[in-house]
Design a protein around this ligand. Structure first.
Ligand SMILES: [Ca+2]
Length: 414
């Protein structure tokens, strides 16, 4: 399944078409100086992108993480965690049979399975990393977990498995609104504060997003042992691992250069995908509980209304809800991962937010002002694909995983 970098190269124009600004933006499209540390030089232009297929023939790759030496970890939803060595060979480290360390409890059902992967900030010395996975260790109901592992110096074995979060809800059975396994979230990333952020989903369960104690529909912020990060400020009575709540199915989390503020990307139902800057203790305003004005199969109203009657950010019920930077102009197009682009090699896109769209199969670049509002949204000229993972490599390039089983290297030149 390994494809050397020379096997397929497409040189693509990044000339981008300006799309409609979101109704949620309401701002001007004037350039904004947003205090990014590297700044964009006057006259910076959008980069030209060169796409190289790094791996192909994978089984639903879900996330990517790099060590500083260029070793590339990646997950496959139904197989587990592997690493691509700098010479291009691949070792299966943790997961189903054939992995160096087998996880007999790894389950794969619907949208769920092995999802996010993140390396410890001290990986170079402690060789520790983390994955998010569906586990059968708790049989009724099964749960999503965050699992900590240690990888040996040669990247050929994994050991010291410790499950640091074991109680993230999972949709164990189909119901009136969809299949089992839906809405598990699953992106994990270390923030610049050194804590691990874990995104979860609502499981098609009406009670989860606003629940103070159940961890679905949340962003967690935890230590490397799974404890609540000091400083988390959810409302009184909440599980203190909760950083923000009131989410639907958070697929991406990334940290703004210069400020460190986390931004998430989130699926909408039949409307309104959202990018949202997070505030510690904040409510994302998603509340799919039953209500008299709507007919809601199974009590889950998430699909029953529209952007007015079942908003992704319900400012009527929750006046202080965190406002999105951008919503998908009233549509849901399957918003997937997001990452801030960093470095002068990105030209005018340095500091902008890249967002992968899955069902609409496109790749978006958002310029976001100092207040967190998207002021300019363009579509990059990359091929149509279901963009599942976006990760910056230590080489300054962007790495992309697609549901078609490929991992791309996207190299910018200006
Ligand atoms: Ca929201």
């Amino acid at each position: 399944m390994t494809c050397h970098m020379s096997c397929l190269i497409h040189r693509l124009s990044a000339t981008a078409a300006v799309l409609l600004l979101s109704a949620a933006c309401g701002g001007s499209s004037a350039p904004v100086v947003d205090g990014l540390p590297s700044g964009n030089p006057p006259g910076a232009t959008a980069p030209v992108l060169t796409r190289t297929i790094v791996l192909q023939g994978l089984s639903e790759p879900w996330d990517i993480a790099f060590a500083a030496d260029g070793s590339m970890f990646f997950t496959e939803k139904c197989r587990g965690l592997s690493v691509r060595h700098p010479d291009g060979t691949v070792t299966r480290l943790f997961g189903t049979s054939g992995s160096a360390l087998v996880a007999p409890d790894l389950a794969c059902l619907g949208q769920s399975g092995m999802h996010g992967v993140a390396l410890d900030p001290a990986f170079a010395t402690n060789r520790t990393l983390y994955v998010y996975m569906l586990s059968t260790l708790q049989t009724a109901p099964r749960t999503n977990r965050v699992v900590r592992l240690v990888v040996n110096g040669g990247y050929t074995s994994a050991s010291n498995r410790t499950d640091i979060v074991t109680d993230i809800p999972f949709k164990d059975a189909s119901n009136a609104v969809g299949a089992a396994g839906a809405h598990s979230g699953g992106r994990i990333r270390f923030g610049p504060d050194g804590f691990l952020y874990v995104t979860t989903g609502d499981n098609h369960n009406q009670t989860l997003p606003q629940s103070p104690t159940l961890l679905g529909g949340k962003v967690l912020r935890i230590t490397t042992t799974g404890a609540a990060a000091p400083g988390n400020a959810p409302p009184p009575g909440f599980d203190t691992r909760i950083f923000t709540y009131g989410h639907r199915n958070v697929q991406g989390i990334t940290f703004r250069p210069g400020t460190g503020q986390p931004f998430i990307s989130e699926h909408g139902p039949n409307h309104s995908d959202e990018v949202t800057p997070l505030v510690n203790g904040g409510n994302g305003g998603w509340d799919p509980r039953d209500r008299p004005a709507l007919s809601c199969p199974g009590g889950y109203c998430g699909y029953a209304g529209n952007a007015s009657t079942m908003p992704m950010t319900d400012v009527t019920r929750f006046p202080n809800a965190m406002r999105p930077s951008w919503s998908n102009n009233g549509n849901s197009q399957g918003m997937g991962p997001a990452v801030f682009l960093v470095g002068g090699q990105w030209g005018a896109w340095n500091g902008r937010l890249a967002v992968g769209i899955m069902s609409a199969s496109r790749f978006m670049i958002l310029e976001i002002d100092a207040a967190g509002v998207a002021t300019n949204v363009v579509q990059a000229s990359l091929p149509s694909a279901r963009y599942r993972a976006l990760t910056l490599g230590p080489d300054g390039n962007l790495y992309v995983a697609t549901d078609a089983g490929e991992i791309w290297r996207v190299t910018p030149t200006t």
